[in-house]
Design a protein around this ligand. Structure first.
Ligand code: SAM
Length: 268
């Protein structure tokens, strides 16, 4: 079971909530001329997006949904405690299944870090997308991220150095794809960490059993549940061939070893 330290390392390695928020607002503005105020963070884990949301504007409200008490407890200890009482009142933490509705309709729903991939059956994923559609007001945006690439068809491992700030040792973050089954499209993933100067690799701190959905499948299901328009936001490249953090709408691209994209589904 992940510890507080694992959540801290996970967030330092894979999360950039302020940058994600900028991407969410920019993509939202491609569809709607009003500012989104009501936000639902599905599969929220430590709910760092929802915390950024309520900090950003005094009228912003957020609902953060996750099944598991452990990441929620870490979020309450670390992020929620950084909020003022007034900001905290605008944030609702819900330990619940994303399949269950919340009492309010929102402007934007996000499901980040590929978490919808837990749903392996088409009908189940479709049910979830239907819930996301219903959770939105008459006009709203559902935003997910997607990953893939030629490398995702076989076992592989990527690693990255992560600095942990003043007084703390940096670490190496490992993202391992352990398997891929071309018949079921199911894949196993794990996150490992290694602290600088230590010979020990802390293995399998987080593990995931996912189905790797294609963008085309996801768009088709989104259309089937009622979303009027879907768009792929594809990341550009830097000089070294890595992602440059700039996501633009694309309808056709060339595959590469590893890619991450946003998929936006608009209701209007
Ligand atoms: C990959 S983590 C993502 C956490 C966070 N969104 C992030 O970006 O780092 C997936 C999270 O989804 C939660 N989860 C899995 N199935 C769920 C469900 N049906 N309803 C709500 N949460 C779920 C898990 O408890 C876990 O915290």
């Amino acid at each position: 079971m992940p510890t507080d330290r694992d959540y801290q390392w996970y967030e330092a390695s894979v999360m950039d909530a302020p940058d994600d928020m900028r991407q969410f607002r920019r993509i939202f503005s491609d569809y709607f001329s009003f500012a989104p105020r009501l936000y639902r963070e599905d599969f929220c884990g430590t709910f760092s997006h929802a915390v950024e949301w309520v900090k950003y504007h005094p009228e912003n409200r957020a609902w953060a949904l996750d099944l598991s008490s452990e990441p929620l407890a870490y979020g309450l200890k670390t992020h929620a405690s950084s909020l003022t009482d007034e900001q905290r009142k605008r944030l609702k933490i819900c330990q619940q299944n994303v399949m269950k509705p919340i009492p309010s309709k929102v402007d934007i729903v996000t499901a980040m870090n590929f978490s919808y991939s837990f749903f392996k059956e088409r009908e189940v994923l479709k049910d979830y997308f239907r819930q996301a559609y219903k959770a939105l007001k008459a006009k709203g945006l559902f935003l997910i991220d997607v990953t893939g690439g030629s490398q995702s068809g076989e076992p592989n491992e990527e690693k990255r150095r992560v600095s942990m700030g003043k007084g703390e040792k940096s670490l190496t973050y490992f993202w391992e794809q352990k398997s891929f089954d071309p018949i079921t499209s199911e894949a196993s993933f794990a996150i490992h960490f290694q602290v600088a100067g230590s010979a020990r690799k802390l293995r399998n701190r987080f593990t995931y059993e996912w189905r790797l959905w294609t963008i085309r499948e996801l768009r088709e299901i989104m259309a089937e549940v009622g979303f009027q328009r879907t768009d792929v936001y594809w990341e550009g490249f830097n000089r070294q061939g890595g992602g440059n953090g700039v996501f633009k709408r694309r309808e056709r691209v060339e595959n590469c070893a590893v890619w991450i994209a946003y998929l936006a589904a608009a209701k209007y």
